[in-house]
Write a protein that binds this ligand. Structure first.
Ligand code: SF4
Ligand code: SF4
Length: 96
């Protein structure tokens, strides 16, 4: 399935016109491919003047390698904090 490189997309909407299944919509000024509607016909890729629609093989998220195409998409952060505190106190008595 094609996907849109948001850093290349200029929001011209040409891909929306050529898609036979209306799988592409505009989200925040960028094209977005609804993978559930896309039939992988490939029409949108040559239609994009910016080359922003890329084949699935280049999708860093699906390929499992966070590469240069993932500009600032912050995934996988913010976990693993806030545990492991507050235990191990209050045991043992200190006499005089
Ligand atoms: S590959 Fe075809 S169906 Fe899928 S988004 Fe592009 S034009 Fe639409
Ligand atoms: S044709 Fe290319 S630049 Fe234009 S809206 Fe679609 S993905 Fe973006």
């Amino acid at each position: 399935m094609p996907w849109v490189r948001e850093d290349l997309c200029v929001g011209c909407g040409k891909c929306i016109d050529v898609c036979p299944t209306k799988a592409i919509s505009m989200k925040d000024g960028k094209a977005f491919v609804d993978q559930a509607k896309c039939v992988n016909c490939g029409e949108c890729m040559p239609a994009c003047p910016e080359g922003a629609i890329r084949p699935n093989a280049e999708n860093p998220m699906l390929a499992g390698r966070a590469g240069a195409a993932m500009d600032g998409q912050g995934m996988g952060r913010g976990m693993g904090r806030g545990m492991g505190r507050g235990m191990g106190r209050g045991m043992g008595r200190r006499g005089r």
